[in-house]
Every structure is written in structure tokens, then in C-alpha cells.
Design a protein around this ligand. Structure first.
Ligand code: AQP
Length: 332
């Protein structure tokens, strides 16, 4: 059976982009077809300026939302990254095979370091090395596939390169993973600036649908989405990014094809209305289940405890093998 690993950062409230681009597929497909691990990658949330209490709160919320989205702890392993020391143990070894230049070329590093600098904050060294920790997250489990949105594909490519380089230098130790990017909703865009990704760290949040937004808030955000200067509804990601984004979202929510859907609309208004209702309907069961889970936080803790134990026992043999292969004296 294939091994699948993926993670989500508690850097903000989870968004429709996280759900359509990643979480939904984890719950509906991956946990049934593979030996799957899903992780709240809380150490990654420390790579930019953070509030400790908020990260803790968001980590719990992310785990609860993952369960609410349909992850079944009987079918997959759900855990928090910082509960499994093997990730940081392995990350250091991978830093010893990664090159400074390749880290500086990472698009997300360039974007996020500029954003931190623009906000007058210093850029943390961990922001530069974060893709190495992500590679460790993936490689520790002998992962074959990493289901991610398009924005993470470059980081998975780095994990592939580091695995292959380590294996070549020190002997076959890691499985070389590959990214699995979805066909629809691989990159859900911000409703206000449809040329940028819908991300959870957006400053205003007006163009971002959060998974816990009330139905009326969702409707308001979608109805106010920025569209393009034309009037007819056509699917063109380059010339009409706003309309294309709405069609992508509608298609992802209803299981249709964005281009085919475009022919059914004569106005932007009707498209927005249907898209808003489709999003509300997709979020309804998830929000209901989230409310139920919040009433029993002990149950979520128990899932995370069992998940961390299972993850630890899965990661340890590979990480120990990497320690031996790279030349470290085993502990007595
Ligand atoms: N807009 C998106 N469209 C499609 N997929 C997306 N993902 C994130 N945003 C979109 C996918 O969700 C998974 C978890 O994402 P993450 O937590 O690693 O990254 P993020 O949500 O982009 O969080 P950041 O980096 O904390 O937020 P920003 O960018 O706002 O600073 C991944 O599989 C990701 O591809």
C-alpha cells in the first residue's frame, strides 16, 4: 500500500483554499487508498512572527477541523508535528545535504521574507530552512506521495532532491516522494485580488473564505468578489482571473468542469450567487461536525495522542537508519 503524508500549518484560520486544494481530497480519497498520515505542522508556524497562545489555539482548531472534514482516526494517522521529535532530528541531517543557494531560490521564502520585511519584522532563519524541515516531515515516513496544492509543489521537489542526494552519498535510506497536485482547485485565488493565492495569513481577510465563516459572511464575501471588466462569463485564467476563480470554486464545490459551467451563465451576478450557495453547502456539514467535536475536546486530544505514538513508531526506524548512514556513532 502506498504511503501518503501531508500537513497543514496553524498560521491562521483554515480557508476554502486549504479545503478544496488539500483537506477534502485527504478525507474523501487519500485515507481510503493509502496508508496516510496527516499532520498539523506547528513548528512551521514559528517561522514568521507569532503569538504563542494563538499558535496553540490554532493547532487544536486545525486538528478539530481535519476531523470535522472527515478524517477517520481508524483509517489514517492524525498528529501534531512537535509531538514527534523525529522530524527535527532528521531535519538537521538534511540541512547537511542541502545547499544555501537552493534554499534561497524557494519562491515561498522569497515571498514571505519580503512580506515580513515590509511589515518591519526581521526574517527568521527558520523561514529559510523551513522547506528542509518539511522534507524531513515527508522523508521520515518513507512517503511515496504528498497530496498538496500547487503552491507546495516546489517544496516537495526539494524533498525529492534531498532524498536522492542523501541516498547517493550515504546509501539507500529514503523513499523518493512525489507531489500529487489536484486537477481542480489546485490554486484557489483571493476573491479581492484574484492574481494572489487565497492564503490564511491575508491581512484583511475580505477576499478569503474561512472554513468557520457563517453562511451570511460567506455569501457577502463571494458576492463582493472582484470580477473583470468584461460582461460575458468566459473561463480564462489569464485575461479574466476573477471570473475564472469563481468558476473554479463553483466547479470544485459541485463536481463540474469550469469551462463547461461558464456556458450556463449570462451575468456575473448569477455566477456569484450560485458560487456562494455552493460554498455554503460544502461548508455546512463540516461546520456542524466541528461544533460537535468542540463539545468534546478530550476526544480530540485522545486522537492526537494515539496519532503521535503511531507516527513516532513509524518514523523512528528510518531516522535511526539515516543517523547511522551519515556517520554518527549510535548512542550507547
Ligand atoms: N489557495 C489555495 N488553493 C489550493 N490549495 C491551497 N493550499 C493552501 N492554500 C491553497 C494547500 O493547503 C495545504 C496546507 O497549506 P499550508 O498550511 O501549508 O499553507 P497555506 O495555507 O498556504 O498557509 P500559509 O503559508 O501559512 O499561508 P499564507 O500563504 O497566507 O502565508 C497545502 O497542501 C497547500 O498547498
Amino acid at each position: 500500500m502506498k504511503r501518503v503524508f501531508s500537513g497543514i500549518q496553524p498560521t491562521g484560520h483554515l480557508t476554502l483554499g486549504n479545503y478544496l486544494g488539500a483537506m477534502r481530497r485527504w478525507a474523501e480519497v487519500d485515507q481510503y487508498r493509502a496508508d496516510a498520515l496527516f499532520c498539523v505542522v506547528d513548528l512551521h508556524a514559528l517561522t514568521v512572527e507569532h503569538d504563542p497562545a494563538r499558535v496553540r489555539r490554532l493547532s487544536r482548531q486545525a486538528a478539530t477541523l481535519l476531523l470535522a472534514s472527515g478524517l477517520d482516526p481508524e483509517r489514517c494517522t492524525l498528529f501534531v508535528q512537535s509531538h514527534v521529535d523525529e522530524h527535527t532530528r532528521l531535519s538537521y541531517l538534511l540541512e547537511c545535504v542541502a545547499a544555501d543557494g537552493e534554499m534561497r531560490r524557494m519562491i515561498q521564502y522569497r515571498e514571505k521574507s519580503e512580506r515580513e520585511a515590509a511589515r518591519g519584522r526581521s526574517v527568521r532563519l527558520s523561514l529559510l530552512t523551513y522547506p528542509v524541515l518539511m522534507a524531513a516531515d515527508i522523508l521520515a515516513y518513507g512517503t511515496d506521495e504528498v497530496p498538496v496544492g500547487e503552491d507546495q509543489a516546489q517544496h516537495v521537489e526539494l524533498a525529492r532532491n534531498l532524498a536522492a542526494r542523501f541516498n547517493q552519498r550515504y546509501g539507500s535510506t529514503f523513499t523518493v516522494p512525489r507531489a500529487a497536485v489536484p486537477k481542480v482547485a489546485a490554486r484557489v485565488m483571493n476573491l479581492q485580488t484574484p492574481t494572489s493565492k487565497m492564503g490564511k495569513s491575508d491581512a484583511s481577510g475580505l477576499g478569503v473564505v474561512y472554513l468557520l465563516d457563517e453562511p451570511d459572511v460567506v455569501r457577502k464575501k463571494v458576492l463582493r468578489a472582484v470580477t473583470d471588466s468584461g460582461r460575458d462569463v468566459v473561463y480564462d485564467r489569464v485575461e479574466r482571473p476573477g471570473v475564472a476563480n469563481l468558476l473554479d470554486i463553483l466547479a470544485a464545490c459541485t463536481g463540474g468542469d469550469p469551462e463547461a459551467l461558464s456556458t450556463g451563465y449570462a451575468s456575473y451576478g448569477a455566477l456569484k450567487k450560485d458560487t456562494a450557495e455552493a460554498v455554503v453547502e460544502v461548508l455546512r456539514p463540516l461546520q456542524q461536525r466541528h461544533r460537535e467535536l468542540c463539545a468534546d475536546p478530550g476526544a480530540v486530544d485522545a486522537v492526537l495522542r494515539a496519532g503521535a505514538e503511531r507516527a513516532r513508531s513509524m518514523a523512528r526506524p528510518t531516522v535511526d537508519a539515516a543517523y547511522r548512514a551519515i556517520g554518527l556513532l549510535p548512542a550507547f
